[in-house]
Design a protein around this ligand. Structure first.
Ligand code: SAH
Length: 245
């Protein structure tokens, strides 16, 4: 899988992929990331990438020609997917990240200033991707988030299969709480059940805790979900325990 990032600030990407799981994925060539300077695709002496918006108002807008040229230069073939990072796009979630992980090439265009010329949106890209309902100063941090979230779904990138499987959202609910040594810290103890050695019991406890946290913090995730019988039982238990409190 290969990512191509088109930006006017390529230097911003110097450090972000040089640690952890993404670094390993790059070393093992499971994922490739190429960063392209939009100015390299200008044809004028000043290497101009932006201009004033038609119709007045303040600010600058990224010009269409360098962006079209950049995409045409880096795209491998017609299966390549091209996305503009934009607060107006489809909100990135686990499902979208998984979808993108099955592509061979994903090209990400980072906007700046007031945004990019709308002809890029209408005639060049396959879609717009947003990382949340807020406005960033540029698409670069969003591109980093997309690359990271998508790479985790590329087979082999995250070591043990299980570590992706149990993550938050993987099964439509949040992850269960994790504990590590020490067993007691400032009088705070790790739940007894985790030392029981009874894997069935531990699994049930984890599922229950995950459901409990989801209902409390992200009720939207389970509201319209048809839960398995065992999950409904666990939820009932949780509700009864709450009444007892
Ligand atoms: N005027 C635009 C925002 C421009 S912000 C609007 O209101 O829609 C400048 C650039 O930052 C955008 O072109 C986009 O590439 C990036 N950006 C800002 N917020 C973002 C978000 N939530 N998700 C992804 N990219 C974002």
């Amino acid at each position: 899988m290969r990512f191509d990032i088109i930006t006017i600030f390529p230097e911003m990407f110097a450090g972000v992929f040089s640690g952890g799981i993404i670094k390993k994925a790059l070393e093992r060539e499971m994922v490739r990331i190429a960063v392209h300077d939009l100015r390299d695709f200008t044809e004028d002496r000043h290497r101009q990438v932006d201009d004033r918006p038609f119709g007045g108002l303040e600010g600058m807008v990224l010009k269409p020609e360098p962006i079209f040229r950049a995409v045409e230069a880096v795209r491998e073939d017609e299966t390549s997917r091209v996305y503009l990072l934009s607060p107006q796009g489809r909100r990135l979630d686990s499902a979208l990240a998984k979808e993108l992980a099955s592509e061979r090439q994903v090209i990400l265009i980072c906007g700046r200033y007031e945004g990019v010329d709308e002809r890029v949106v209408e005639h060049l890209v396959d879609g717009e991707i947003s990382i949340g309902d807020y406005v960033l100063t540029g698409g670069e941090p969003a591109a980093v988030v997309v690359v990271d979230a998508v790479s985790r779904f590329v087979p082999g990138v995250v070591g043990k299969e299980g570590s992706v499987r149990n993550d938050s959202f993987a099964e439509g609910i949040l992850d269960f709480p994790q504990y590590t040594r020490p067993r007691e810290f400032r009088g705070l103890e790790v739940p007894q059940v985790l030392f029981s050695g009874d894997h069935k019991k531990i699994e049930r406890w984890r599922r229950k805790k995950a459901l409990e946290k989801t209902v409390r913090q992200r009720p939207d995730l389970v509201e319209h979900k048809t839960l398995a019988l065992e999950d409904r039982r666990l939820l009932e238990e949780i509700q009864n325990e709450r009444k007892d409190e």
